[in-house]
Design a protein around this ligand. Structure first.
Ligand code: AMP
Ligand code: MG
Length: 332
């Protein structure tokens, strides 16, 4: 595993008097999708039942990893990528839906969110042992293979028309997976839980939604000081996600190069934390806002219903933070 728990959200439930809560929540970890997953269940249920529910949720996460990961050649995405420029493939309706949802984010963000950034990710190879800044020519060549509007998706038939095109669901897959894992927990009778995958969170608590009712205290990692926190905020049922330039990066010539690719230009944002109705939305939107930068990113959050967040940026040697109106006064 090359990604440590790069971004950390710590959760402590404040709790609702009306809910029957276990004296000791059940907390279990596993590794998946190149990061760590922690599931915490607060229901007062027999331990065997809770553990079986968590087992099933882990299985669900592995199922999603199995079809949505571009780094597994035999996954559905892997097979689609191998067929680029050659032939179309019939994909599962679940993957088709997830791609349509991703393309919709591409549309609403004016192309900032683009799941065809795969060739750029490969070229930069941020996590290589000796990463290097690629030549402008090679970036130019890779950019020719980037653009979700090139993709043809009719029903379940998918075709990537240029050889070397690559789909990469890295910016939405984890959020989607924690949403589905939460569905599995819910189906097993769990009502109070948090699923956290590398800083993508799904929170479920009866009677709470977004800011309406705050149950979880979420600590946001400081983007520049290891082990320190930027602050905490409270949130109820929904999704939370952070995208940051400190997650996967290297520094060359005093400049930081990171894993979030801008299909157009490069704004100087450090990290973005977003809350949204689902974790998949939060995941996609944190990446989108990061790419859009301060002004357009803030505007994007404000016009997306149910979404709030904050943008951390560099200001000389210190950090500044822009809050969306709904987030103002909530980060302590
Ligand atoms: P996140 O950490 O959720 O912000 O997602 C970052 C990951 O999403 C990267 O590691 C890439 O796999 C992928 N990615 C990078 N840039 C973009 C982009 N502009 N649009 C969509 N996905 C991206
Ligand atoms: Mg994301």
């Amino acid at each position: 595993m090359n990604a440590a728990r790069t971004f950390l959200l710590i959760l402590l439930l404040a709790g609702f008097p009306a809910c029957r809560r276990a004296a000791q929540p059940v907390v279990r970890d596993t590794a998946a999708m190149d990061t760590y997953v922690t599931i915490t269940v607060y229901d007062d249920l027999p331990a065997a039942r809770v553990n079986a529910a968590i087992d099933s949720a882990f299985v669900e996460i592995r199922r999603i990893e199995g079809f949505a990961s571009d780094y597994i050649d035999t996954s559905e995405i892997g097979r689609v990528n191998l067929m680029s420029g050659r032939d179309s493939l019939v994909i599962s309706s679940e993957l088709a839906d997830l791609l349509r949802r991703s393309f919709a984010y591409g549309d609403s963000s004016g192309g900032a969110f683009d799941v065809t950034v795969g060739p750029l990710e490969l070229l930069w190879n941020i996590l290589a042992v000796r990463p290097r800044v690629p030549s402008p020519d090679s970036v130019h060549d890779a950019l020719r293979l980037v653009g979700y509007r090139l993709v043809s998706l009719h029903g379940r038939t998918l075709y990537l028309p240029r050889k070397g095109m690559r789909l990469d669901l890295g910016a939405i897959g984890k959020g989607y997976a924690v949403d589905r894992a939460m569905d599995v927990l819910a189906g097993a009778g769990v009502t109070m839980a948090i699923v956290d995958m590398g800083g993508n969170l799904a929170v479920r608590w009866p009677g709470s939604r977004g800011w309406d009712s705050t149950v979880a205290t979420i600590s946001v990692r400081h983007p520049r000081t290891e082990g320190a926190f930027l602050g905490t905020f409270r949130y109820g049922s929904g999704g939370v996600s952070t995208s940051g330039d400190y997650e996967r990066y290297f520094i060359a010539g005093g400049k930081r190069y990171h894993h979030i690719m801008d299909p157009a230009t490069a704004p100087g944002v450090v990290s973005v934390t977003v809350v949204a109705p689902t974790a998949a939305d939060a995941d996609a939107i944190s990446t989108t806002v990061f790419v859009l930068g301060r002004a357009k990113g803030m505007e994007f959050m404000q016009r997306t219903p149910g979404v709030d967040g904050f943008i951390v940026y560099e200001q000389g040697d210190s950090l500044g933070i822009d809050f969306s109106p709904g987030f103002r006064g909530r980060l302590r």
